[in-house]
Design a protein around this ligand. Sequence first.
Ligand SMILES: [Zn+2]
Length: 468
Amino acid sequence: MIGNFKNTDITAANVFHGIRVVLSMIEFDIGTRIPLESGGELEILRTVGDGGQGTVYKTAYSSREYALKWYKPEYLKDLEDKGILRKFRDNISENVKNGPPSDKFIWPLMLTADHEGGFGYLMALKPDNYQDFTDIFNTHDKYGKKVEFRDLKAAVNSALNIVEAFKVLHRSGYTYLDLNDGNFFINTQNGDVLVCDNDNATSQPIFNIGKPGYMAPELVRCDKGVNSSALTDYHSLAVVLFKLLIRHDPLMGKNYVKSVCISAEKERELYGVNPVFIFDPHDDSNRPVFNIHANPINLWPLYPMYIQSAFVRSFSEGMKQPGKRLTEYEWTKVLVKLRDEIITCACGAGMFLSGLDPHELIECPHCGHTYDYPKHIELEDFRISIFPGNEILNCHIHGGEDYKTVAGKVVRSRKDHARLGIKNWSARSWRIKYPDGEVEVVAPGKIAVSQLGMEIEFAPGVIAQVIE
Ligand SMILES: [Zn+2]
């Protein structure tokens, strides 16, 4: 027993600026008190999570509750062996000083003092209604409880919100050092995203660490002069989105299965030296394996061509040419497009229109209810299905990246259920021109009845048409 640690099994020890780095499995007892760098002490209340880098505890400090990420000795030892432990700690100190880029980041708030051979930092606790990305990916949490999105829209919203988080982080001058699926907490009801593990965000990418499956291949290979940057993050972003939508590792195919043992050297080969996208159109050597990789085989064909193309560009051309990787703006555009295609049955089941035959009735695969194939609002870059609940967003009308502000919504008539209309949620009146030439002004809060061939002027010069 060393101090308040339990289960101690000392296998090696090192000294880092006065800290004795102990290689062992350790866990703090409830009630353990740990001093903070800025003064005062926190108290351990219970363990709440365990990851590759550290253990997370619920703690109390100054009458409030916080999460404490306490680094595993083996992780600190690894950083020390690479000669970057001091820089790593200084980076967290810097992040604490600078504060978070937005309220979507669970940011380091305070560092602990060096204590019993290690250190950690305090951050806000994960709200109860958010789930770990890892649990969503695995479809269940560590207790075996099912974890899934409420509907398809919530899933696509979460993808958009992850892209948004990257954008905010990059615009604040940060990049990620070690991005992985443990970085995100997601509200499965609406797709809201919180970013955690922000000890890995840095404004001075002077060292590289990370998980090969998420790191850009040039970082895995340790190419000379290459540091983490927005371009390397674009690779990680594409990996996270692929895992979210296709539920699989984009490089885990035949080549991975063929490997008897996934050693560090093999990982370097699969993710750095010779990375092959499982759906690379010009190289089929690493295709998903039937009976082993069910998710990519079943899910990939359900996505429209522009989503497949986005991943192909990211993981085929973008693998060798970082400049070809999709930026946040490009991802936002294709993901908004994807969301526009979702129709949600009254039972809650969602479907992508792209996979359905426009000449046939749509039958909900969940409850069997049937619907007419919807008409569309055609804008210059977007096509929005006129289906109850679908939204017209600011980015549809004005371009740009504002996918959150709703300007209009498809609604069903209360008197005649078969009739659909578009409710003006914006602050501006719309000018409608019907096929017979009649013109109508739809004020904010009012509804334009949908009619084939009608034109809607959402803003001066932005004219959409209702088409089949
Ligand atoms: Zn249904």
